[in-house]
Ligand binder design. Structure first.
Ligand code: SAM
Length: 217
């Protein structure tokens, strides 16, 4: 199961490679429609998508062999409830694999660093990036074992710098911004502030990008 599958990019890719049955769940109906349409176009009968909130997943207890999420659990409004909901629908010993951004530092931020972090969160419609330690504690308290934590921040830097360059270009032409919006990918116009600040936040060890593997106990 993909938690918050968006327009289906990851699940559709995997369903093309593997014969397993995949289920994507996302809260945004238009995303679910797009993912379903793409699955049909690609003739992928092993990929299905449905609308749902990962805080209260509407599936049977112990239904899934594995769950994963990509840049989505950071949108949780209540991380404990989200983890409990995911834990419930997984089989015992099943893995929950996450690719996401977490706070590396948070208690010792300068006022500018704290403002930059909040601007990134707002720009990405994230309520709050969870501090990594706090997230892992919550996962363990929910009944997951932490199997792997891999810091991928350095590997993401080339992409972050590419987005930063585009964002600089966007702000330099701010007067013509309304026009430029139509030329740029929609996500970049929406995320221009985050694009500008993310490389600094990553370089200064404020935010980190991780692959985390949790095992349901
Ligand atoms: C940044 S997108 C990532 C989509 C997908 N994981 C990908 O990598 O293409 C975040 C997704 O999380 C979804 N989302 C946010 N809150 C959610 C929730 N409470 N339950 C389910 N989906 C949620 C949004 O609708 C959006 O599609």
């Amino acid at each position: 199961m993909e938690i918050a599958s968006g327009k289906g990019f990851n699940t559709l890719y995997l369903a093309q490679q593997q014969h397993h049955a995949f289920t994507g769940v996302d809260i945004t109906p238009i995303h679910v429609d797009i993912a379903q349409r793409k699955a049909k176009q690609k003739d992928l009968a092993n990929a299905q998508f449905q609308q749902g909130d990962f805080h209260s997943l509407d599936f049977a207890t112990g239904q899934f062999d594995c769950a994963f999420e990509v840049e989505s659990i950071c949108h949780a409004l209540d991380m404990k409830r989200a983890l409990e909901s995911i834990h419930r629908v997984l089989k015992p010993e099943a893995d929950f694999i996450l690719f996401n951004c977490f706070k590396k530092r948070h208690a010792d931020l300068t006022p500018d660093e704290a403002t930059a972090t909040q601007l990134i969160e707002k720009s990405m419609s994230v309520n709050r990036f969870a501090p990594l330690d706090e997230f892992l504690e919550t996962a363990e308290a929910t009944g997951f074992e932490v199997v792997e934590i891999k810091d991928l921040s350095e590997a993401t830097m080339p992409n972050l710098l590419r987005f930063e360059n585009l964002a600089r270009w966007f702000f330099q032409f701010a007067i013509a911004g309304k026009f430029i919006r139509f030329l740029l990918p929609e996500y970049l116009a929406q995320n221009a502030i985050a694009s500008l600040l993310m490389p600094i936040a990553s370089h200064d060890n404020i935010l980190g990008y991780y692959r985390i593997v949790l095992k349901r106990q």
